[in-house]
Design a protein around this ligand. Structure first.
Ligand SMILES: [Zn+2]
Length: 315
């Protein structure tokens, strides 16, 4: 039996797993990132996690390679971190690929965490059989990954697909992360929905029954709470405007949405789809489908490992 090792490096946890060709996780190792302790110890945790995972596999297991997904912007060709923000302090400049290849003598592939989720969806999930789609990852922020002609679009420096920083209001509040105004992330991410919730609380005579937390607000919206509906309406229209812009630019077959409030159930995606269709011209609208992400919580580590199958087969 042949396996690939996947490692998913996030701001709060590092997960390493052995994954088979069908995308099944065989064994896993999960540790807190403790990013404040510095990039050296983050790298050490990744290397130790790979070592432990390899030691748990049967002696006759074949290892095809090691795939890594990391938060931040990654230069795929060199496997180096081009930029990582506060989530992973000091991580910028880390040569992940060369460190892993030197230590284990196996081929390694490194990409950013949303691009590897797109790989998981392409091989095992909602993107199967599709050549052209956008993956949207809702979370504290909003990430995006573009697949065109069956391949991840990386752009000049590996930074393509930053849907979160598409502006949906040029007069909107300033985005501290990029400098633009009215980025969709300010409205439809977890932190954006919480911000809208705080604004509503500040201006309401009657305080809402929910706290300014995106999942609480989404749950209250599903129960028919009118104040939560005001917040979610803004979030859904903002996200739909950004997705509609992408659809007009790239004419994709699908937009795959996962994470954050999209996990509250089909109502969110149905409302989002209705709003996207209102905002797109018939020619591009007819080609597109809005799909829920399929692979789930393990998508990061499964997609990280799946790079080995995708790229070692000659892509
Ligand atoms: Zn921005």
């Amino acid at each position: 039996m042949e396996y690939a090792i996947g490692a998913d490096i996030g701001g709060t946890k590092i997960q390493v797993a052995a994954v088979d060709r069908e995308g099944c996780v065989i064994c896993r190792h999960l540790v807190p990132t403790e990013a404040h302790l510095g990039p050296g110890q983050v790298m050490e945790k990744v290397l130790t996690g790979v070592e432990l995972t390899l030691s748990r596999l049967p002696g006759d297991a074949g290892i095809a390679g090691i795939g890594i997904g990391s938060a931040g912007q990654i230069d795929f060709a060199s496997g180096t971190v081009a930029f990582a923000g506060d989530q992973l302090p000091g991580w910028t400049g880390t040569s992940i690929k060369s460190r892993v290849e030197e230590r284990f003598g196996l081929p390694a592939y490194v990409d950013n965490d949303v691009n590897v989720v797109a790989v998981a969806e392409q091989l095992y999930g909602a993107g199967r059989g599709l050549d052209s789609f956008l993956c949207v990852a809702l979370g504290t922020g909003i990430g995006g990954a573009i697949v065109e002609a069956g391949r991840i679009v990386r752009g000049a420096q590996g930074c393509a697909g930053e849907l979160g920083h598409v502006s949906v209001d040029f007069n909107g509040p300033r985005c501290d992360n990029c400098g633009n105004n009215g980025c969709v992330e300010l409205y439809a991410s977890g932190s954006g929905i919480a911000r809208l919730g705080r604004e509503l609380i500040a201006e309401s005579a009657e305080p809402p029954v929910w706290r300014p937390d995106s999942r609480e607000i989404a749950q209250a919206w599903l129960r028919g709470d009118p104040q939560a509906a005001r917040v979610m309406d803004v979030a859904i229209r903002a996200l739909a405007a950004a997705i509609a812009g992408y659809i007009h630019m790239c004419n994709p077959q699908a937009v795959i949405v996962g994470g954050g409030v999209s996990e509250t159930g089909p109502s969110f995606l149905e409302a989002l789809d209705r709003e996207v269709r209102v905002r797109t011209s018939p020619s591009v609208r007819s080609a597109y489908r809005l799909l829920p992400a399929y692979v789930g919580n393990d998508a990061g580590v499964i997609g990280a490992a799946a790079q080995v199958w995708l790229y070692s087969d000659g892509q």
